[in-house]
Design a protein around this ligand. Sequence first.
Ligand code: SAH
Ligand code: SF4
Ligand code: F3S
Length: 474
Amino acid sequence: MNTKTTVISQEELEHQFAYCDKIAAYWQSRRQVPTAYVETYGCQQNEADSEKLRGYLIQSGYRMISEAEGADVVILNTCAIREHAEQRVFGNLGALTHTKRRHPAQKIFLCGCMAGQEVVSSRIKASYPHVDGVFSTHHLWQFPEILWKVLDGKKRQFYITDEPGSIAEGIPQQRDSQLKAWVSIMYGCNNFCTYCIVPYVRGRERSRQPEDILRECRALIESGVKDITLLGQNVNSYGKDLSCGVDFADLLEQIAQIPGDFLIRFMTSHPRDASNKLFDTMAKYDKIAKQLHLPFQSGSSRILKAMNRHYDRETYLEKVRYAKQVMPSLVLTSDVIVGFPGETEEDFAQTLSLIEQVHYDSLFTFIFSPRPGTPAASMEDPTPKEEKNRRFDRLCALQNAISEQVHQNYVGKTMRCLVDGRDKEFLTARTEGGRLVRFQGCDSLIGSFQNLTITGATTWSLTGELAEQAANHR
Ligand code: SAH
Ligand code: SF4
Ligand code: F3S
């Protein structure tokens, strides 16, 4: 298999734009404004991909709507990370037989990480005849071509060849928010953690050129975006495949030097490659949010080895210690898997003790889900499901208590927050560390940074008031 990243040329992209024009002309000749619905599952990487699909659809004359009923195009952008995620997609895909029966011209597509698995595309070929097209993440840039072929009456389209992956610059993007933006800085993953499907469905690690990323960030900041999240499965290995000598810390520094009032954050960091240089850079710039999502997965070095994570408990704790030392206000979050094959009560106790030691603001907690084709799926797994559920509940109870305690510590503090919307009678805002704060105020504040004094806390969120008002109350 070819292992080189393919860079999609401007010419190839122009070719796709020509398909967009053809599709727009097709609908104009019918005097119709077609509608489209994109449903996104999984992580921010998929959210960012869906913004590109919407960008292409809008360029092809489609109006976006918020449900599948009546839509001329429906796309399910799927996630394969756990079995449960896939079952949901198959359930929802089945339900689309009804929307299509009511609107027979509806064209249905499945893309994203599930589409990168041979077992999934075969199942769709055999058992889901109402699906018109399937394309893996490697083929997203060809979506206009795929859509055109389907509209033009060609047979069902399957763009699912296994590739190391490509980089396409210049795909139009319809962003969800004018305040916050995702910017993918790299694609794919080389880590092959033994439980994880991502490297199989998203291909090899490949970094965008720093100039392209900087240009995108500058344009976003000029257009009023206040919060940028840099995305990659393992941002700390950014640049390893480039020849320009720019690593992730350098890239962050260059973005932080762009003039303007904004915050920049990133996910996900792999602990193996998270360097002191990165933490020092984060500490140096006010524009880099003091927030770190650093998945540990397990507190047991034995299990970490079986997971192929390339760090042990002690190295992880040492990195956290250094990060907290140089950034005392750091908000730390993480991912953890309970019930990895062979996890004993002793291993699990080490996970609990690591959680107590680090004191995360919040955790994303998962029960191990075997993914066909990954090494962990065929490892011996003697622990019964009920025991795994019990461990999961114990872990959640511990973290909830910690989250509540961490949140209580916010009470009385005044923090600079980005006001990002309204939820019924409250405005919503995010602290620099990404915590949700509800407070009372008028809509004109949406889009600005405000100093909020925290007045209350629950496990999940904070309440506050504008700092000047809080001062008047004293
Ligand atoms: N690239 C990121 C994580 C991507 S997947 C990283 O390396 O940290 C998000 C999370 O899903 C992972 O951190 C892991 O905790 C969880 N996960 C991945 N595969 C899983 C599986 N097979 N079963 C249960 N949880 C899994
Ligand atoms: Fe999966 Fe590991 Fe890559 Fe994260 S680093 S995407 S967990 S293989
Ligand atoms: Fe899911 Fe793919 Fe993200 S498997 S978690 S959508 S990279």
